[in-house]
Design a protein around this ligand. Structure first.
Ligand code: ATP
Ligand code: ATP
Ligand code: MG
Ligand code: MG
Lengths: 150, 162, 150, 162
């Protein structure tokens, strides 16, 4: 159990280095095992956005936190692809440049994982193959419209 | 394995039956505030066997059943079906299409079905365990929750991936 | 103390009814005193978006929660205008229609309260009189640019 | 009372001195993720006397001092000045312009100044009490915190408004 856990952490760390610097357009991401390899060992996340010094996670901005978390999720998905993944407004805090890098990586991962993405971001919508619009009637009932893509 | 179809009837704001078919790649869901988008994410988690009503923004089981609206009476049941398509038998069952159905009634009774046959919750959880439950649905506002966890609490995420 | 507290709650409730239905384009907002008027009495918030039945706060959507909170803040500001108020991405969860209503009410309140609004939303930026752009250099240092408005 | 100017030097990512002048109406602050926008909101709260470093996303007092960057040495001090303009003496001091300054040094020493004269924290808090401190700065992601509070905890918001 322990050996396979350490192997997984190592593989996800390798993937995280790549997803982090691709999503941030530079910088360094690392995953480190803490407290030894025993059963109570944890996982430290190191995130160093481009042009910044190494700092602790609580100093990251709102958008940097969201992008770091997405980089970690995408790293796990590239090591152990889940058949599908639902993302509910994970791009809400991202600026325009980061949304585009997020969309592009989503597209690359969608070869092996299906994504259902709930979003208000135009750039994310443009990357989808199918688009559903949800409306709420005066009667408090939600309805679904299949929209054609822009 | 891939996600083919989602069917909702009586689940939260979906009083009338709706069906969404999913593409191989990326499906985007859009709409105004309060229209029902996150309710769709909740429906998927619920159908996969989610037991904690708090993580579905509810306080009790009946919070997922359509509670009525202007000119609309409350319903007595909520039902969600999720259809998956598999190559081979990676989900451990001899069918190409597998439909997981969950129902709950106002009196609290719960039903779980696989391809129309009543099963136990344990059977559903066994089926969905291989889908990577910890990272299948990332809820609204929760994307960076993993950064706030203590290092030891992050093990779960990796053990599932192991 | 108690009498002035109840008067304030009543005045803010009256204002909240107006700010709520203006921001949501309909529906009803209410503030109710709970547990009597004694010192341990609390404030209940009732939010009923248009086309919805009366429900508890925890069933509101992300955007409905943000808009309800903004309506309450704007109600307090219309009863007791603070000289200035800083809002950090309070419009992040709002859809396009709600952002426009938010911007319009911000504009009306800015007669008596100065606002400093941190935002990524184009509609909110268009409502501002002065615009500052913040950039981060390769050296990890933030700099300020005064931008002209679109 | 109105907000005229904000001056930062050495506060968080603002290593070089910057000044923002505010308009009577609405001032918008924009920029990429991580550029320093929320640091400006933190600077205003800090200058007004905020004592809890946790609510400034820090763990200790020195977290607000520029900690260095690629090719940039850390600084030894953080300073923020906020200039307010008043009609009459609503802030209780006989000046048209009132500048509140706060400094902190790496050794933990803190200075508070009003119009260049050293004062105590108590004097600053007395001055800013009339500005409605509970709703002067709404932090990122915290707008709906009031909805999660228990009813009794919301009294504070109204007492300040009373
Ligand atoms: N059991 C129920 N019966 C009827 N309506 C319900 C029920 N549970 C939730 N709702 C409604 O669903 C709405 C919330 O929907 P949801 O959270 O999916 O919105 P959303 O599209 O994600 O919006 P946002 O863009 O603001 O996040 C609420 O307004 C609530 O009235
Ligand atoms: N003491 C410090 N010294 C140097 N840099 C600091 C210090 N404290 C915070 N920072 C930097 O400030 C950055 C965060 O800035 P801030 O939170 O203001 O970003 P933002 O513009 O609000 O971004 P977003 O749009 O993502 O919310 C962090 O990347 C961090 O490196
Ligand atoms: Mg939502
Ligand atoms: Mg910010």
């Amino acid at each position: 159990m322990q050996a396979s856990f350490s192997r997984t952490v190592h593989a996800v760390d390798q993937a995280f280095r790549r997803t982090f610097s691709e999503l941030f357009g530079g910088g360094r991401g690392r995953l480190l095992g803490s407290n030894g390899a025993g059963p109570e060992g944890g996982i430290e996340i190191v995130a160093q956005p481009p042009g910044k010094r190494l700092q602790s996670l609580h100093l990251l901005s709102g958008g940097e936190r969201a992008l770091t978390a997405v980089a970690l999720l995408f790293a796990i998905l590239s090591v152990r692809p889940a058949p599908f993944c639902v993302l509910d407004e994970v791009d809400a805090a991202l600026d325009d440049a980061n949304v585009v890098r997020f969309r592009d990586m989503l597209h690359a991962l969608s070869e092996r994982t299906q994504f259902v993405v709930i979003t208000h971001n135009r750039a994310t919508i443009e990357g989808a193959a199918v688009l559903y619009g949800i409306t709420m009637g005066e009667d408090g009932v939600s309805r679904v419209l299949s929209l054609s893509l822009p | 394995v891939r996600l083919k179809r989602l069917y909702l009837h009586g689940f939260k704001s979906f009083a009338t039956p709706v069906e969404l078919c999913f593409d191989r790649g990326i499906t985007a869901v859009v709409g105004p505030n309060g229209s029902g988008k996150s309710n769709i994410a909740d429906a998927i988690r619920w159908a996969l066997g989610e037991q904690s009503y708090g993580s579905l923004r509810g306080r009790q089981a009946s919070d997922v059943i359509f509670a009525g609206g202007p000119g609309r009476a409350p319903l007595g049941m909520a039902e969600v079906s999720l259809t998956l398509e598999q190559e081979g038998e990676s989900l451990g069952l001899p069918f190409t299409e597998i439909t997981v159905t969950r129902r709950v009634f106002r009196d609290g009774e719960s039903h779980y079905l696989i391809n129309g046959k009543r099963v136990r919750l344990r059977d559903v959880l066994q089926l969905t365990a291989s889908l990577g439950p910890d990272y299948t649905v990332i809820g609204q506002g929760l994307v960076d929750a993993v950064l706030s966890q203590r290092p030891a609490d992050r093990r779960g995420l990796f053990e599932h991936a192991a």
